[in-house]
Write a protein that binds this ligand. Sequence first.
Ligand code: MG
Length: 242
Amino acid sequence: MTVIGRFRHNHVDFTGEIIAGKVHSHIGGREYEMDKITILPPCKPTKVVCVGLNYKDHAAEMNEKLPDEPVIFLKPASSVIGHGASIIYPPQSHQVDYEAELAVVIGKRARHVKPGHAKDYILGYTCFNDVTARDLQKKDGQWTRAKSFDTFSPVGPFVVTDIDPRKLAIKSKLNGRVMQESNTDNMIFDPFQLVEFISGVMTLEQGDVIATGTPSGVGPMNKGDIIEIEIEKIGTLKNKLM
Ligand code: MG
């Protein structure tokens, strides 16, 4: 298991590995204290592919029957922010919701991945918040505007490699209070099935993110709130709403 992040120090961006709480730069081999550098999103996606309704508990909550294949949609790369960055409340919306999700980060170009081979294309896993302007999602009847505002895709803090993504506790906390609490074993389509399915539709590039859906308990946030997405073995993604 390795923990990989992207960082900024003195206007220079770099990738590094976290070892014993310190960041070891992949270029030049320098070592940094975490609190002396800025944490960036841990990958640079060309796209974020999201899955709607992928938890059995959420499907029950929404009174929907289980889908027979994944329902996917896109968020643009321009919506991505990292751990600690602010989510900006857009003036066009009056209801901005959090959605705790496990994210798969692609490690190499993937196309038509065969069953049993998805693992070869996955770099690792991280936390994702599928921030959604719920009022605009309902109003528009399709999801592009509601899901695509700048800052609406917090991801991170780091990518953790070589863990089994199929049984991890997942939570969201709003101002410290637990709002969602589930386990990835409640997923309808597991992360490997999602890589197979999505790569049969579009080429996945290195750094692309698949957000694997949210469990029950989604809800609204207000300006000034702190939202945290916490996943077992991965860590906590924390952002403030402004
Ligand atoms: Mg979602």
